[in-house]
Design a protein around this ligand. Structure first.
Ligand code: GLY
Length: 672
């Protein structure tokens, strides 16, 4: 029998939905790539809508509703499995330091509840808070008490969910990585995994921070580092019986004497590991808030990735295909929101009942409101106005007079955790004048401009005054190692590039476009030197964007050593020969999990569009713009081509047929 529902993602959200659907009679399978990588495992388990100070009303409501059913939900799970989930309505104390926001400008009488619609908060003054919780830091001058916030032991909860899934007969395929969602005619017809194709009537995407690897949803990872200490056994009395929630820190005591300390919030992509800086910050904040902690033995360090959306709200409900439902992007509140998510998603799938709250979390809120897709994706850099006449306005790509806005679901380009809306990168070389270059950069709508570090250093023609020519607060610099013949040279120049970006105010810019090119005639990159340099630069913390021949195996190796993109050439640099390596680029696109940027050789907008139609994530075009008779006009054409190609890729081209097929169907025509 085929599955009724296939859930992609085996974290707390996926498992909670699976259990709810199974209890409502569905045959359910869960595909889980790596249970331990899920944020579920890394979380602290706070159920803290009040302490988290959620400002969005719909989100507040969703969180409160989930918190209100948590006790019953965990109780049922415990009955079903015989396992404890560590649910503990312990409340949260949010101390504040003097001078910190939150020290009461608004002050209800001490100890009187302040009704927050469906929640309760008490202000405790200095004396009251130190009396209520012994051992707080001396700088604490008061704080809020949120009695309705609670906690669950997320790892114990995860065990209980897994056990419930098993005992209820949900099929759980751990170690099964979903590689793609197969769609036909607006329906999902299967998912491609490392263990073959899986099919079901309905599909649920619950893939947390990894969601946009499968579907163009604006979900990105926000890393959180954490640690735990243990209260020594010789302390007869457990000193902490509630969560402490400070600014940038929380301290969560468990009943088994563990104390969880969290969490950093870092926009660094999927960069794993704990760092000395991360742990130092946590410890500093934790000791300031609750000094006793400095004496407790450290037990464990770990990290995880929160699934964040641009508005920090989850994406819930029906997707663009009728049989695909989204349950992703729970950001800081995945553990809290599991029961309500499961209930609302099950209502939707089993009864087609859409709770009114769901409308606030629909994925379509991220679709453009613009009816001209070029506006949606372009970016205007703030560079000085060119003295030349302005370009004529581009014709709208979609008629604005009669058509309603076209819903377009696309995610921005994300490279090494940094987000870009434009998918066209340009360069600064070969222009006839600096003004032409400036205007072309504006017209291209690009947000990334590559700059040859060596040419800037030597003040080569066209590279004088580059620092002042572009507004580096708006344009992200991509230093490149052009002119380097060996790996060693490229590594040296990359380091200089990083300094150059810093000098221009881009402190956190660690990007480098790696070029190792020993051959002066065809300017073909050296694969071995490139791989060696990439490996070293990744180790040094660079986001490496390697320029390569279109070699799928090399692309794979570069991805494996940690490159942020791969940049296969379409044909030799500056040749304008167009897409000569198309078959290999196609293979690279099919296999790459990092963005594929087609670089070099594109000569015309039709070639740019074709590369994007194939599914390239972005393009880098310099010569075709700089050497055009009218570079700014060509820059605009390339901008539109990149957008058109991307839209065509999202739209999906018609199949190619061997024979003609009349445009007007023949059914219903009068034949005699
Ligand atoms: N829920 C707390 C955090 O995400 O750090």
């Amino acid at each position: 029998m085929t599955n009724d529902v296939l859930i992609i993602g085996g974290g707390v959200i996926g498992l909670a939905i699976a259990i709810e659907l199974k209890l409502r009679g569905k045959k359910v399978t869960v595909l889980s790539r790596d249970f331990h990588a899920a944020a579920t495992h890394a979380a602290a388990g706070m159920l803290a809508p009040d302490a988290e100070n959620i400002s969005n009303q719909a989100m507040q409501e969703l969180c409160w509703r989930s918190r209100s059913i948590y006790a019953d939900w965990t109780h049922k799970l415990e009955q079903l499995t015989g396992l404890n989930t560590g649910y503990w309505p312990c409340g949260i104390l949010a101390p504040v330091f003097s001078g910190e926001e939150g020290v009461k400008s608004f002050s209800p009488s001490p100890h009187l509840p302040t009704s927050l619609s469906s929640s309760t908060a008490y202000w405790l003054d200095r004396e009251a808070i130190h009396q209520y919780q012994l051992g707080l830091g001396e700088e604490v001058v008061g704080g809020w008490w949120y009695p309705e916030d609670a906690q669950v032991d997320n790892r114990a909860l995860a065990k209980a969910l897994l056990s419930a899934v098993q005992s209820l007969g949900v099929e759980l395929k751990e170690g099964t990585a979903t590689e793609g969602i197969i769609q036909q005619q607006g329906q999902v017809v299967g998912v491609q995994t490392n263990a073959g194709i899986w099919r079901a009537e309905h599909y649920v995407l619950a893939t947390g921070a990894w969601s946009n690897q499968l579907f163009p949803l604006p979900v990105r990872p926000i890393k959180g580092q954490m640690l735990s200490v243990r209260v020594p056994e010789f302390l007869a009395e457990f000193p902490l019986a509630r969560i402490l929630f400070g600014r940038d820190i929380y301290i969560v005591p468990r009943r088994d004497r563990r104390i969880i300390i969290g969490a950093t919030s870092e926009d660094v992509g999927f960069t794993g590991q704990n760092t000395p800086a991360g742990i130092q910050t946590l410890l500093q904040h934790a000791i300031r808030l609750y000094p006793q902690i400095q004496h407790y033995p450290i037990e464990e360090l770990w990290w995880g990735f929160r699934p964040a959306t641009p508005d920090e709200l989850p994406i819930l409900g029906t997707g663009p295909c009728q049989n695909l439902t989204f349950a992703v992007g729970h950001y800081r509140n995945g553990i809290l929101l599991a029961p309500i998510t499961a209930a609302l998603i099950a209502d939707l799938i089993c009864e087609q009942k859409s709770d009114s709250l769901l409308s606030h979390f629909h994925y379509s809120r991220f679709q453009t409101k613009s009816s001209t897709p070029n506006q949606m994706l372009t970016h205007t850099a703030n560079v000085p106005h060119s003295p030349t006449a302005p370009l004529p306005d581009a014709p709208p790509l979609v008629s604005t007079s009669t058509s309603v806005p076209l819903p377009i679901t696309d995610t921005p380009l994300v490279i090494a955790g940094k987000t870009f809306t434009s998918r066209l990168m340009t360069g600064t070389g070969k222009y006839r004048s600096i003004e032409e270059m400036q205007q072309s950069v504006v017209e291209s709508g690009c947000q990334i401009v590559t700059v040859a570090v060596r040419r800037v250093q030597t003040n080569a023609p066209g590279h004088e005054g580059l620092a002042e020519a572009l507004d580096w607060t708006k344009i992200w610099m991509l230093p490149n190692t052009a002119g380097c013949k060996t790996a060693e040279e490229a590594i040296r120049v990359a380091r200089l590039g990083r300094e150059m970006a810093k000098l221009l105010g881009q402190e956190d810019n660690n990007f480098v476009k790696l070029e190792v090119i020993p051959d002066p005639k065809y300017l073909l990159p050296d694969p071995i030197g490139t791989l060696q340099a990439a490996e070293q630069l990744v180790k040094e913390g660079f986001a490496v964007l390697p320029y390569i021949n279109a070699d799928p195996m090399l692309a794979k190796h570069l991805e494996e050593v940690g490159c942020a993109t791969v940049m296969p050439l379409a044909s030799p640099i500056g040749s304008g020969q167009g897409l000569k390596t198309i078959a290999n680029i196609q293979i690279i696109i099919e296999n790459a999990k990092v963005p594929v940027v087609v670089d070099a050789g594109i000569g015309s907008p039709s070639e740019a569009a074709q590369a994007m139609e194939m599914g390239a994530d972005a393009l880098l075009i310099n010569s075709a713009i700089a050497l055009a008779q009218n570079p700014p006009l060509m820059a605009r054409a390339m901008n539109m081509a990149a957008v058109a190609g991307r839209l065509a890729y999202l739209a999906g081209r018609m199949p190619i047929k061997n024979y003609a097929n009349a445009s007007s169907p023949l059914t219903g025509t009068i034949t005699n």
